[in-house]
Design a protein around this ligand. Structure first.
Ligand code: SAM
Ligand code: SF4
Length: 327
């Protein structure tokens, strides 16, 4: 599929808007409701849209949420997803708190070899403050179990916020010294009404400077096919990789190859633009495969060439919060 001059081959499927964490930067500050069960796309419905999207050129899928592992019977869905032959790459983004060695083994036996974990701090007390849950140890153990069980690469996403975890940039980077972890620093995106203030947002240059002043000049690493938007570097002599995801300081819209399918059954061509096209209701009302493919293609015609977030004053665009879209 083509949007403008971009080849769209990557579908992000959010299987749920629910999460067992309450991360400050992700969850809205004001009260919010979750989607009614009947309005959530059933697994079969997500699979049908995915198969049709594969007919149109999707070859990569990432499962996200909310927290994907809070959804019941997720493994039966993953098994069917992994049986779609045209999918060359299936990965998952998770907070890691509900994963066990057994579950990670199951993932690898299904052929899922890439996992992204979210971990913003190495301090269990701060972890509980950021996520609202006292689950540091479980997440830490999942990350190490994933590494031991052959998940490769194990990627660790960290959103750095001033006054919260900016004093841990160096220690998080040091995770790459002896293990082949990829630690990726993501710039905070002002979405919805999270409690994060403008002055807490830290951009990549500042993060990079801190790392370089501790470890020396970062060495740029050549991009590979599965890198996505991360700009990759290595601390001299380290086994792992330090990456930066820069939606604010240097947007990567011209290279964006993604389409999102939300748990509400809408197609969202851009994370940072509220346009969504409903595909679930037409599907439930008996639309044919051809009609559903037309809906997918027409959603893509609305993929903006640039997200526009950086042209606006902080939090001026009320973008739906992450858990409802799928990060
Ligand atoms: N629950 C899973 C997790 O935490 O990995 C998957 C969903 S979460 C929305 C996906 C990613 O989005 C996480 O790495 C999280 O750190 C990131 N994220 C959430 N809100 C964000 C924000 N406002 N700005 C930047 N990244 C954000
Ligand atoms: Fe949940 Fe992930 Fe959002 Fe944290 S970042 S609240 S774990 S969806």
């Amino acid at each position: 599929m083509i949007a403008g001059n971009r080849l769209i081959n990557y579908l992000r499927i959010s299987v749920t808007d629910r999460c067992n964490f309450r991360c400050q930067y992700c969850i809205p500050a004001s009260p919010f409701t979750v989607i009614e069960h009947k309005k959530i796309a059933r697994y079969e419905e997500l699979l049908r849209v995915t198969r049709l999207a594969c007919d149109l050129g999707i070859t990569k899928v990432r499962i996200t949420g909310g927290e994907p592992f809070v959804r019941k019977n997720i493994f039966s869905f993953l098994e069917k997803l992994c049986a779609i032959k045209r999918l060359k790459d299936i990965s998952i983004t998770t907070n890691g708190s509900l994963l066990t060695r057994e579950k990670i083994k199951k993932l690898t036996s299904l052929g899922i070899k890439r996992l992204n974990f979210s971990l913003d701090t190495l301090d269990p007390v701060k972890f509980a403050q950021i996520t609202g849950r006292d689950r540091f140890q479980q997440v830490w153990e999942s990350i190490h179990a994933a590494h031991e069980l052959g998940i490769s690469p194990v990627k660790i996403n960290a959103v750095v916020l001033r006054g919260i975890n900016d004093d841990e940039i160096e220690d998080l980077s040091a995770l790459t010294l002896n293990d082949p972890f990829h630690i990726r620093f993501i710039e905070y995106m002002p979405m919805g009404d999270s409690a994060v203030e403008k002055q807490q947002q830290i951009l990549t240059n500042e993060i990079k400077e801190k790392i370089e002043s501790r470890f020396g000049k970062l060495m740029p690493i050549e991009r590979t096919e599965n890198d996505g938007p991360a700009k990759k570097f290595q601390i001299p002599g380290a086994k792992g990789i330090v990456g930066f995801i820069t939606p604010i300081s240097s947007h990567f819209c011209s290279e964006c190859n993604r389409l999102r399918l939300t748990s509400r059954g809408t197609l969202r061509p851009c994370l940072l633009n509220n346009y969504e096209k409903d595909i679930l209701n037409p599907l439930r009302n008996g639309a044919s495969d051809t009609e559903l493919k037309d809906i997918i293609l027409s959603a893509l015609t609305k993929k903006p060439s640039f997200h526009g977030l950086t042209d606006q004053p902080f939090r001026n665009i009320p973008i739906s919060h992450m858990t409802s879209i799928g990060g």
